[in-house]
Design a protein around this ligand. Structure first.
Ligand SMILES: [Zn+2]
Length: 303
């Protein structure tokens, strides 16, 4: 059985391990801090490959950013990675095959093969973080689009009348409403609009001080304001997922990210199936979490 070295290049940590053709992690998973320059990142990747060279057939890398069609370079800007990162040709790092793919795409492959989407035909995955990442695998194949940039779902517009500026500079991107940043934005507008704020446990805080953690804590304490903000946020997630369901006809939607554990997936699933014209979809929480990028990249390199 062939073996692949999966390497997940994150903004703070590089995480790696050996994965077999079935998606099993068959070595210890190790971590290194992500260096501050692109040259040092290359050197670190080379030393990781050297360390495992004799045991592996191919190398799969998971990275933030859009990846070219040849899966050799990251071509878009990557705010958490150093300048010069876009110039790295990853295929030159080893004489063995080196394959790079976007982290959200790697994650959906991992969930489809060994995680919450295993056994389904078409899996749509969304990751709720500071932004929203997305990916689709259908009939065993990753959907990449013409230039490898498909499923930039976070930038999907949900209003046309410039209600809220997004961190990307455009207006009304889905991620400015339905990501972690979106939850915070829901709280900011809620402070102005919801009468419940007057009696909320957060009413001694300014909008700048309220964190997503405060909202989650308030939800757990049944605070009426926090519940209303949280439900508004879930409504925004729902709106985007209904559209994506109608477009991709998934039989499984996998949601990942730190906050997804607070979402009632059963009720979200019922709402999507009621509103969408294509049914039935199952909504699940991701299972591979921290290793998703590493496992997905390793499996894609083996294809
Ligand atoms: Zn945006």
């Amino acid at each position: 059985m062939k073996k692949s070295l999966g390497i997940d290049i994150g903004g703070t940590k590089i995480c790696y391990g050996i994965v077999d053709e079935n998606g099993n992690i068959i070595s210890e998973v190790k971590k290194k801090s992500t260096p501050k320059s692109s040259q040092e990142i290359c050197d670190t990747l080379k030393s990781i490959i050297d360390e495992n060279y004799n045991e592996i057939d191919v190398i799969g890398l998971s990275s933030a950013g859009a990846v070219n069609m040849q899966n050799t370079r990251v071509v878009s800007s990557t705010p958490n990675l150093p300048c010069g990162y876009n110039e790295i040709d990853f295929s030159t790092l080893s004489d063995k095959k080196v394959f790079v793919e976007n982290d959200a795409n790697c994650a959906v492959v991992a969930e489809y093969r060994v995680g919450a989407g295993k056994g389904f035909n078409t899996v749509l995955m969304i990751t709720l973080g500071t932004g929203i990442g997305g990916g689709v695998v259908s009939d065993g194949r990753l959907f990449r689009g013409a230039k490898g940039n498909a499923l930039e779902v976070g930038s999907m517009k949900i209003f046309a009348d410039k209600r809220q500026k997004c961190t990307c500079g455009r207006y009304d991107c889905w991620e400015s409403y339905a990501s972690g940043t979106g939850l915070k934005n829901c709280a900011i507008s809620g402070v102005k609009e919801y009468a419940e704020f007057k009696t909320s446990i957060l009413n001694n805080k300014t909008t700048d001080e309220i964190t997503t953690y405060d909202i989650i804590e308030g939800v757990q304490k049944n605070d009426a304001f926090c519940l209303r903000v949280f439900n508004q946020w879930v409504d925004y997630i729902f709106v985007g997922l209904v559209s994506l369901t109608d477009i991709f006809n998934p039989d499984c939607i996998v949601i990942s990210g730190g906050m997804c554990n607070y979402i009632d997936t059963k009720s979200l699933e019922e709402r999507i199936n009621k509103e969408s014209v294509v049914t039935d979809v199952t909504v699940r929480i991701a299972q591979t979490e921290n290793c998703a990028g590493m496992v997905g990249a390793a499996l894609l390199a083996l294809e």
